[in-house]
Write a protein that binds this ligand. Structure first.
Ligand SMILES: *Cc1c(COP(=O)(O)O)cnc(C)c1O
Length: 432
């Protein structure tokens, strides 16, 4: 092991162990918590290396900055994409060297640039003149990666022109531009979007070469799907990318390819459990009803011990809340109130719930942890990490040299869904 992860960082679970055991043992102590299957992240990593053998992953810290994830990914040899000084410091605090850190935010504060310079982080992105000027002054050793500005209203010709202007300006200021970065952005992207971006990047490389730059780094960004059922879609995207790379950046062309997959790595590894703290009945308004009978249909509103100012903040800017599964246990509600009136989802069909029952949300690894401090008073939910010895061993393999044998499917007895799920039936319920 490289020493980032040690055996006190997670629970060693035997094969055949179910997360229900883990969940049960934690339920009494807390009102909301995560369980994280680190083995799932190991599998994702090995699949990434296999599907995109030419691409080196840099994990974006903003997607999930929990200690177990960062340590595991460092252990696996991934790099990190940081958006600011805090993230750089967090990554460095676990011992990651500066050459594995990519300062990938296009908008940087001067103080943060100086900080990056002081700790030897060189790789950073820019997409405009102002940014270029800032870094040229405060971090002369920086190695720049150009983000072609891609406003939806802009034709690529205009983008290319602005790239030329920026590269000319960089040349005048004696700034070293080493590559091109694009992030198609969001999720649910068509595979062709990635192919087109690779093709366009190649045109920017040509402009760079005309101006005397020998660029050697291509960052293809993130946006790869991360749920259990999207493996085929990921593989399809990977195939399209590989073929675009072979066409525009063939092997041996001297260009290193990197990516910043966030949700891909962590979405399915995290499961969140939250208890019902209170509930209320509200009448459902029927369209066209005169009010007389409208009370006959009711909806139930449930309050949880977490909300959109905490773990569910991803509902605000990333996507809908995953559908919860019910876990029936009665325990007395404990501390805490939800922070404000914040609806995370509605129209979920569930059996009627009581105070102290638990809802289980799967696929909660992306954009839930790092952002879960929006509400000052809400503590960050505890994360219990688990991994089986087999997976630990897989993570130790020098993965880059051993793709085939390391990608066999694994089980650490993590099949929690079936054992926890009560089939969703009857009562339409709103959950707040
Ligand atoms: C947030 C971000 C990512 C990660 O996106 P995912 O959809 O989580 O893979 C990658 N690159 C950049 C520049 C980002 O801002």
């Amino acid at each position: 092991m490289n020493g980032y992860l040690n055996e006190s960082s997670f629970m060693m679970v035997e094969e055949g162990f179910t997360s229900r055991d883990l969940l049960e043992s934690t339920l009494g102590e807390r009102q909301a918590f995560f369980v994280a299957d680190l083995g799932d992240i190991v599998k994702k990593h090995l699949l990434f290396l296999k599907a995109l053998p030419r691409v080196k992953p840099y994990f974006p810290v903003k997607c999930n900055s929990s200690g177990g994830v960062m340590r595991l990914l460092a252990e696996l040899g991934a790099g990190f994409a940081c958006a600011n000084k805090t993230e750089i410091a967090e990554v460095q605090s676990i011992g990651v060297p500066a050459d594995k850190i990519f300062y990938s935010s296009p908008c940087k504060q001067v103080a943060h640039i100086r900080y990056a310079a002081s700790c030897g982080v060189q790789l950073m992105t820019f997409d405009n003149e102002v940014e270029l000027g800032k870094v040229a002054r405060s971090h002369p050793q920086a190695r720049w990666v150009l983000i072609p500005s891609a406003h939806p209203s802009m034709m690529f010709g205009a983008t290319l022109k602005s790239c030329r202007r920026l590269l000319e300006s960089a040349k005048e200021q004696d700034v070293e531009v080493v590559g091109v970065s694009f992030h198609p952005g969001g999720h649910g992207l068509e595979p062709q979007v990635f192919a087109q971006a690779v093709a366009e990047a190649q045109l920017v490389f040509d402009v760079g070469a005309e101006l005397g730059y020998r660029m050697h780094l291509l960052d293809i960004g993130g946006g790869f799907p991360g749920t259990e059922d999207s493996r085929a879609q990921f593989e399809e995207i990977a195939a399209v990318i590989n073929s675009a790379l072979d066409t525009y950046f063939p092997e041996g062309c001297g260009v290193q390819i990197v990516a910043t997959p966030g949700r891909y790595y962590v979405t399915s590894a995290f499961t969140f459990a939250a208890s019902i703290t209170s509930k209320e009945e509200v009448p459902v308004e029927q369209p066209g009803s005169d009010g007389e009978e409208s009370g006959s249909k009711k909806s139930l509103v449930y309050h949880l011990s977490d909300g959109i100012y905490g773990t569910f903040s991803s509902v605000l800017f990333d996507g809908p809340c995953p559908k919860p599964l019910l876990h029936k246990v009665r325990i007395q509600p404990g501390w805490g109130e939800p922070c404000g009136a914040d609806q995370i989802t509605d129209d979920v069909e569930l059996p009627e719930l009581q105070d102290g029952d638990w809802l289980i949300f799967q696929d909660m690894g992306a954009y839930t942890i790092a952002t879960s401090s929006l509400c000052g008073g809400c503590p960050r939910p505890h994360v219990t990490y688990a991994m089986s010895p087999v997976q630990l061993l897989q993570g130790k393999l020098p993965a880059a040299d051993d793709h085939e044998s390391s990608c066999t499917p694994l089980s650490c007895g993590w099949e929690m869904v079936e054992s926890l799920c009560v089939p969703p039936v009857f009562t339409p319920a709103g959950i707040i």
